[in-house]
Design a binder for this molecule. Structure first.
Ligand SMILES: [Zn+2]
Length: 155
């Protein structure tokens, strides 16, 4: 399942990418552009916009009715029956949605603090923007948080 978040749903897009879901998001996106991407890339539209959904076939969108990103994520998980797959967590770049590749410590030695290299085993890099990801404390906090959000959804 692939998603397209409207320009009000940046935080939700980030959450979905953390969970490994292919999620299109752009800060400024016209309705025409959004609909074109939706059709071309066969994405489910997640939107806060009551008017936009009038232009979309039923079943191809989910109207998000809350401003809270946590509640938004719960609504998506519940409505679309998403599951959390441990091995897909943080497989995608949070900024550009690309799938990140495993890299060796040698490859990223110049890009990450020596302490980080020393204290972590696995690193991933985004082929598009070059960001390097590792499972630091921020990662663990985020996974914990998402798990508790997802845990609150009764399916
Ligand atoms: Zn990237």
């Amino acid at each position: 399942m692939k998603f397209l978040c409207d320009d009000n749903l940046g935080k939700l897009a980030k959450y979905l990418r953390i969970l490994g879901y292919d999620t299109f998001f752009k800060k400024t996106l016209s309705d025409a552009e959004l609909l074109a991407v939706m059709l071309k890339q066969k994405r489910i539209v997640l939107t806060r916009d009551n008017n936009l959904i009038k232009k979309i076939e039923p079943g191809k969108y989910l109207l998000i009715e809350t401003d809270s990103p946590d509640e938004q994520l719960k609504a998506v998980i519940k409505s679309l029956k998403l599951k959390l797959h441990e091995n897909e967590l943080f497989s995608r770049c949070l900024v550009c949605n690309e799938i990140c590749h495993d890299v060796t410590k040698e490859e990223i030695a110049d890009e990450v603090f020596p302490y980080t290299i020393k204290t972590h085993k696995q690193f991933k890099k985004c082929p598009a923007c070059g960001r390097v990801y590792w499972q630091g404390s921020h990662y663990k906090d985020m996974v914990q948080r998402l798990k508790s959000v997802i845990g609150e959804v009764d399916q």
